[in-house]
Design a protein around this ligand. Structure first.
Ligand SMILES: CC(C)CC(=O)SCCNC(=O)CCNC(=O)[C@H](O)C(C)(C)COP(=O)(O)OP(=O)(O)OC[C@H]1O[C@@H](n2cnc3c(N)ncnc32)[C@H](O)[C@@H]1OP(=O)(O)O
Ligand SMILES: O=C(O)CCC(=O)C(=O)O
Length: 238
């Protein structure tokens, strides 16, 4: 993914062009992260013994181009997932270098994981928003925030209802982190029609059609089913 401010420019293959690698589940070296016993030891406390890696990302947050577009709006990851229950899903996010407020560390609203899934839309940011970076509209902006300053190798585990995001990268370096969302293979898919998740389903299916030429009718569920990979136990539902 390129930052929205250069999304329409000529493609130049350098670090600027790769602000995120998603879906690395077939890359043996990167996927090793999702199988590390040091990670799975904690993941299993949330998912139980049947563990699926459902979403993988290597995030290379670029220096902000001056538009604040390197921010990640405050959101709940469950907005993107057509499976439940939420309590059997957990994210692991590992800093690959020191992260703090200067290079756009994670920001969380403690306790929000006890709430419900909220409506997500594009934030109204003057400098532009990256495609599919939806945010929660109605959260209390005065609620205390915690900035997760982390050292290289530190890992945070969080619930998919936790409202979180990340700040602008005000340094000249590319802030790197690796992350995997895990879910219990006992989770079940839901139909998001008629729910607040309809907007993300519409957008994902439009990309499937335009970018990948998918012409048969599919749902959000299908786009997740093909990327999930078992890391431990038995693949039951997902
Ligand atoms: C739990 C979890 C999901 C939590 C989160 O991560 S929340 C954020 C979730 N969203 C994402 O991660 C979005 C990731 N981005 C992507 O998947 C890709 O970058 C795509 C949006 C599919 C674009 O594909 P890509 O190969 O990067 O770009 P292409 O050169 O093929 O362009 C296709 C059309 O998309 C546009 N585009 C590409 N990057 C951006 C951007 N950053 N912001 C806005 N528009 C963008 C690009 O201009 C092009 O547009 P058209 O020519 O079709 O009009
Ligand atoms: O790494 C970041 O900057 C934000 C990641 C995040 O919030 C997410 O992927 O859900």
């Amino acid at each position: 993914m390129r930052d929205v401010t250069i999304a329409k420019s000529e493609f130049i293959a350098d670090e600027k062009a790769i602000t995120k690698i998603q879906d690395f589940q077939e890359d043996a070296e990167l996927f090793r992260y999702c199988t590390l016993p040091q990670i799975l030891k904690y993941v299993e406390c949330f998912t139980g013994p049947n563990i699926m890696a459902v979403h993988t990302m290597l995030i290379n947050k670029p220096p902000d181009p001056g538009k604040m577009s390197s921010r990640h709006p405050m959101h709940q990851d469950l907005h993107y997932f057509p499976f439940r229950p939420a309590d059997l899903i957990v994210a692991a996010w590992t800093a690959m270098e020191r992260v703090d407020r200067s290079n756009g560390c994670l920001v969380v609203l403690p306790g929000t994981h006890k709430g419900s899934l909220k409506q997500h839309d594009y934030p109204e940011w003057e400098g532009g928003v990256n495609k599919m970076y939806h945010g929660v509209r109605d959260y209390d902006a005065n609620q205390p925030r915690v900035h997760l300053e982390m050292e290289k190798g530190d890992t945070v585990f969080f619930h998919p209802l936790l409202i979180h995001g990340s700040g602008a990268n005000q340094t000249q370096g590319f802030r790197k982190a690796i992350s995997c969302h895990f879910a219990s293979a006992d989770c079940h898919y839901i139909d998001v029609k008629g729910t607040s998740q309809e907007n993300i389903e519409r957008e994902v299916l439009e990309i499937a059609r335009k970018k990948y030429g998918v012409t048969v009718p599919i749902t959000l569920k299908d786009t997740w089913m093909i990327r999930g990979r078992l890391v431990k136990g038995e693949r039951i539902n997902l």
